[in-house]
Ligand binder design. Structure first.
Ligand SMILES: NC(=O)c1ccc[n+]([C@@H]2O[C@H](COP(=O)([O-])OP(=O)(O)OC[C@H]3O[C@@H](n4cnc5c(N)ncnc54)[C@H](OP(=O)(O)O)[C@@H]3O)[C@@H](O)[C@H]2O)c1
Length: 278
């Protein structure tokens, strides 16, 4: 029987690259999509099964997990990848948007873990490796202005990862955070479809810079395939690092995290003025 991995959000970006990578390496992949049956290349692969669910819909997640159970598959890994990125000033972001940020990135992740864990326990009890990989972000290490709500959700993902790992270690299930810096995916463009926070307001001068700032982040980002390989290692290495930062010049972020907050304030203000993130 092939080892199976469940990945949430395989329609594009890191989730899609990870699904392709794991299929190529011989895993069976269950990938969640919200519309249709998912990307053509995946749909045509005999070892791929699309599960149609939104991570905010508990019943639909449950039906997806039941499909894995009905297939008699051995679930050895869960990659919590689905996420959205809401930007804009905290003062003006709409209630609907800041709630959606947490509903998808945080509560959705908890719901998928709760539903998938019985299958992971079963795999572990049968003597197989069982892992959860949560896709965090450098924004879960440091908070840039105007991506504050997103950052708050990713700090929560780091806390969930550490706490869940400590709860599950007695059962032999490891929980790992893979936290990328900027990656070439459409996530920020999708987030910019929200408008309320960007309407004419007292932050407008700074917000005009935010477009180029996030576009530059996407342009300078690493390829999603690089993140996919790190996820593969997190799922399979004998003793994986429980918190991996995947980022060009990641040492800057690690060092910056140790500096006084006032120094970080100056760093981010200067970077925003220069349309750069890190
Ligand atoms: N790109 C970066 O620079 C970056 C950096 C650090 C961390 N990350 C993290 O990496 C993960 C993947 O993002 P990405 O950059 O690959 O962006 P992406 O291409 O936009 O992929 C996000 C995936 O999540 C899915 N998704 C969104 N809302 C969902 C919901 N409510 N229920 C189920 N699925 C949902 C999307 O599906 P739809 O197509 O249906 O919306 C899509 O498949 C996210 O957790 C993100 O925070 C990204």
């Amino acid at each position: 029987m092939q080892d199976s991995i469940l990945i949430t959000g395989v329609s594009s970006g890191i989730g899609l690259a990870t699904a392709k990578d794991l299929l190529h390496r011989g895993f069976r992949v269950y990938g969640s999509v919200r519309r249709g049956a998912g990307e053509t290349q995946l749909r045509e692969h005999p070892a791929f099964t699309a599960l149609q669910f939104d991570v905010r819909d508990r019943e639909a997640i449950r039906a997806g997990i039941q499909r894995i159970r009905d297939d008699g598959a051995r679930l050895v890994g869960l990659v919590n990848n689905a996420g959205v990125a809401i930007s804009g000033p905290v003062e003006t972001v709409s209630e609907e948007e800041y709630r959606r940020q947490f509903e998808v990135n945080v509560y959705g992740l908890v719901a998928v873990c709760q539903e998938a864990l019985p299958l992971l326990h079963e795999a572990r009890e049968a003597g197989f490796r069982a892992r959860i990989v949560n896709i965090g972000s450098v924004s879960g290490y440091l908070t840039s202005p105007f991506t504050t709500i997103y950052s708050a959700s990713k700090f929560a993902v780091e806390a969930l990862t550490d706490g869940l790992r400590r709860e599950l270690l007695p059962f032999g299930i490891d929980v790992i955070s893979v936290a990328p810096g900027p990656v070439k995916t459409p996530i920020w463009r999708k987030g910019r479809e929200q408008t309320a926070a960007f309407e004419n307001n007292r932050y407008s001068n700074m917000l005009n810079k935010l477009g180029p700032y996030t576009e530059a982040a996407e342009a300078d980002g690493v390829a999603p395939e690089i993140v996919a390989e790190v996820i593969y290692r997190a799922l399979t290495d004998e003793r994986p690092d429980p918190a991996v930062l995947v980022m060009k010049k990641g040492w800057i972020a690690k060092l910056l995290r140790l500096t006084p907050k006032r120094f970080q304030d100056k760093f981010f203000t200067k970077r925003l003025a220069e349309n750069r993130r890190y």
